[in-house]
Structures are given as C-alpha cells and as structure tokens.
Design a protein around this ligand. Structure first.
Ligand SMILES: [Zn+2]
Length: 493
C-alpha cells in the first residue's frame, strides 16, 4: 500500500483575451464545484467524471491511501493573474509540507498560462518537487488540449491525456494514471520518456474525436500501447495561446528511453500524415450556416445544430456575441433556440420583469459587427434559478449552477441567457427551463465540440459557423508574437 497525495489546479488560458483571470473564477461553483481543500475533495468530487475522481477511485480500489490536498478549476479565460496562480499553487504545496508520501498525483489541464509563467503547470510541479524531494513520483493527467512543453515532461514522472473530445473519458484518464502508478512504483526508477512537437497547429473544432482524422488517430493509441508496452498521449494543443510551446504533441513513457522513443515515433508519424485531413474540415460563414440550417430544418424532424465555435466560453470567449442571433432574426428563422448567452444583466432584468414582461436588449459588449447588443423588445418566455442535474457523459454533474437564467423570445428566435458563464454540455441546460432541445428547429450552441456529448445524438446535422468571438477557428487569424519558429499556423492541405 502506498500513500498518495492528490490535488488539482486546472485552467485553459486564451492569452488573447485581455482580462486577467482572478481567483473568483476558480472559487465559484458553476459547471463543476468551486475551489476546495482537504476532505472536501472526497465529499464533492467522488463519482464525478474528472481526472482526480477517476484516480482516487482506482487508487483506493488498489489498496492505496489517498491524502487530499487542494483542487481548483476555472472556465477557460484570459491569463491567470500572478496572485491567483500563487494562491492555487500554495493551496496544494502547503498541504504537502511535512507529509511523507510515496507519490503525488496532480490533475492538470496543461494549457495554463500565468503572469510570469508561460508554462504554469511545469512551475507548479517544480514547487511540488521542491517540497517532496527526489525519488517520489509525480503523476498527472492532462486535457487533450494541453500545450505541453519539454519542461513539463521533464518535471513529471508520468502524464496521461484524455483520448476523446468531447472529453467523455476525463475520469477514465485518472484511472489510467492510477494503473500506471503501480508500474512506476514497481520500476523504482523514473520512467524513460519521449516527447514530440507538431510542426502545425490544429484548429479546435477539427480535433473532435467524433470526426476524422482525430477519430482514427486516437483509435490507434491503445493498439500501439498493446504492441509496445509504452504509455502514449496525443495532445491537440490549444491554439489561442501566444507562447512558444503551443500546439499538438506526443508523449510516451516506457521502462527505458528507446522503447518510449519507438512508440512515440509511430504515433507522431500518424499525426504528421493526418495534416491534410485536418485541413479538409468545412466551416461556414454565419449567413451561410443560417441559410443552410433554415433549408435543412424545413424538412427535418430533428434540430439542425449550428455550433457558434468562435464564441465558445470553453475556449475563453465571452459567450455573449450576437452574430448568430442577428443572422437568425434577419433570415426570419422560426423555432430557433440559442444558448448559452452570458448576460447577467439581461437575466436579472428578465427576473425583475417577470414572465410575459420585456427586456430591452441582450448579449453583446464587444466591438464590431455581431458583437453589438441584440435589440428587443425581448419577451420573457421562461425563468429559472439555473440549477439542474446534468447527464451528458462528459461532465455528469448533480449540481450545475448557471445562476438566474431566462429564455428571451423575439419573433421566431428564443435565447437562453444565464448569469454564470459556461458552455451547453447537457441537454438539461434547456430542458430544465421547459425548452426540450429536441423540439427546436435550429439549435445554436456556443460551443466547439463538447456539446456533441449531449446533443449530437438528437441532431439532424451539425454545422460549424464562424460568427464573431475571441476564439478564432483559424489560428492563422491569431496575432502570435511568441510562437516558436517553424510552426504552420494551420494544417496544410
Ligand atoms: Zn479540452
């Protein structure tokens, strides 16, 4: 039996978003519970589909003792402030002081950027190492969108990443880390490892593992592992991060370095060969998407989904642009339902006005077309406290919190506005407020791919549209200044 300390500090940072991310964003309950320390980790995270939940479950089954440190995760957003980073690190590191542990597991995202630290996770692990000393393995899980650096691979003894996007295997990845923990402890030496960085970036939506070429690439991993005995991770990277180590990577571990290298090369060659497949994905302008959706919806019994990927809060966008809503109104679309628009003022105004009342405008706040407020009057069609149990397999959660929420209607378009920023992952996002998404003709979702975990199975078709937002689908549009040289901003056909 080993004694294993567990914790987590997760953020996916869009460095092109101007506002800093402060501690409040980590402390707040929302799509997942807010920051916590100690025994609360058992009470609040057991049974969720998170890395730490899967790790604790499997490690306990295997007879290990788990020492809970601290865990915090915020919605993707701008660079993490120095004070916030220090607080998150200290919560983990301070609880480790004076403890004798056999290993440490830290749930990471892998794309956190903090003021002063391009590679925030490597810095966190350095601080963990400084407390526990040499010889105690540090293991971690990473998001499929991690921007991994050589330094992070150096600091950790074992990392493993999700293999699905939507991330339905988030918890499974934690279990996998616990399985490998026993091998790493048995080896008694730090594992051999290999690390490869892609020469091209992959746009966020095209990394979805329900579509090619990602489906086939991720499908190869288990086979290569079975043949080689190595552990492999393929990370798609998170493009809107102006740091040297942005982009896809492959990581491999084995008992010796040469075995890790051989396994890494097989997966890396497959990634390179998939470049044209990534380049072939079709995206539509917002007008094209609305025209196509309107035509398709006319003869359909299931909703046509338009993914408003560029305003995906899951990639750090504010989730309040109105380009898609305005295009639906302009087209005269009927039976359209759009969400989640993050607009606490409109939600509060709707609750004050009551059912049947009106709200003058909603959304907007940015500069430029499609970012202005959508003028009303909008009729208050439904109200809720924004609390529901979410059942989508990616993030099943007994207590999702959106804060005061409303459905606002104008002509044939209904918009769900909420107080706590998050993306629509669960169908209950809409059904809890009396809007069964299966009954919508057109469903506009501010999400890149995670929505597919809950919505793909009810959709007639999914269209990806390029309405305004701070998550440009084409990384070529991002004003990089610090990306390492020689990286293609988009995959080449
Ligand atoms: Zn991700």
């Amino acid at each position: 039996m080993a004694r294993i300390a567990v914790g987590g500090f997760l953020h996916e940072t869009n460095t092109f978003v101007p506002a800093l991310t402060l501690w409040d964003a980590f402390a707040q309950d929302g799509a997942w519970p807010g920051a916590m320390e100690g025994e609360a980790i058992f009470a609040k995270l057991a049974g969720l589909n998170l890395g730490i939940s899967g790790f604790m479950h499997e490690a306990t089954l295997r007879g290990h003792e788990v020492l809970p440190l601290a865990w915090a995760m915020a919605q993707p957003s701008g660079t993490v402030s120095r004070e916030t980073f220090e607080r998150g690190c200290a919560a983990i590191v301070d609880r480790l002081r004076g403890e004798r542990v056999d290993a440490v597991y830290i749930e990471l995202h892998g794309a956190m950027v903090a003021e002063g630290f391009d590679d925030a996770e490597a810095e966190l692990l350095r601080r963990v190492r400084a407390v526990i000393g040499p010889g105690v393995p540090i293991l971690g899980t990473l998001d499929l969108h991690a921007n991994v650096s050589a330094a992070l691979v150096e600091e950790a003894d074992f990392l493993t990443s999700y293999r699905t996007y939507p991330h339905v295997d988030w918890g499974e990845s934690g279990k996998r880390a616990a399985l490998w923990l026993d091998r790493v402890l048995a080896w008694g030496t730090t594992p051999g490892r290999a690390f490869r960085q892609s020469p091209f970036l992959v746009p966020v939506t095209t990394g979805c593992t329900l579509t090619e070429p990602s489906r086939s690439l991720y499908g190869m991993i288990a086979g290569i592992e079975a043949e080689t005995g190595a552990a492999l991770s393929l990370n798609m990277g998170f493009p809107p991060a102006d740091i040297p180590d942005v982009g896809p990577t492959v990581i491999a571990y084995a008992q010796d370095r040469s075995a890790a290298d051989a396994a890494a090369d097989r997966l890396f060659e497959a990634l390179l060969a998939a470049e044209a497949g990534f380049a072939s994905h079709r995206k539509l302008s917002v007008r094209e998407a609305v025209a196509e959706a309107t035509a398709r919806a006319a003869g359909a019994t299931r909703p046509v989904i338009i993914a408003d990927t560029q305003d995906n809060p899951g990639a750090g966008s504010p989730s309040n642009t109105t380009g898609l809503i305005l295009a639906l109104l302009e087209r005269g679309a009927q039976g359209a339902l759009v969400g989640i628009v993050h607009d606490p003022e409109a939600a509060a105004a709707a609750h004050a006005a009551g059912l049947g009342g009106t709200v003058a405008s909603l959304g907007g706040g940015g500069e430029g077309p499609g970012q202005e407020r959508a003028a009303g009057p909008w009729t208050v069609a439904a109200l809720s406290d924004g609390r529901f149990a979410g059942t989508a397999p990616m993030l099943r959660s007994a207590a999702v919190e959106m804060g005061p929420t409303a459905v606002l209607a104008k002509d044939g378009v209904e918009v769900l506005v909420a107080t706590i920023r998050q993306q629509p992952i669960h169908r209950e996002t809409f059904s809890h407020i009396g809007r069964d998404p299966r009954n919508a003709g057109i469903l506009g979702l501010k999400s890149s791919a995670h929505f597919r975990a809950g919505f793909q199975e009810i959709a007639e078709e999914v269209l990806v549209c390029l309405a305004p937002g701070e998550n440009p689908e084409d990384p070529e549009a991002l004003p990089f200044t610090r990306i390492r040289s020689g990286v293609r901003r988009r995959p080449r056909a």
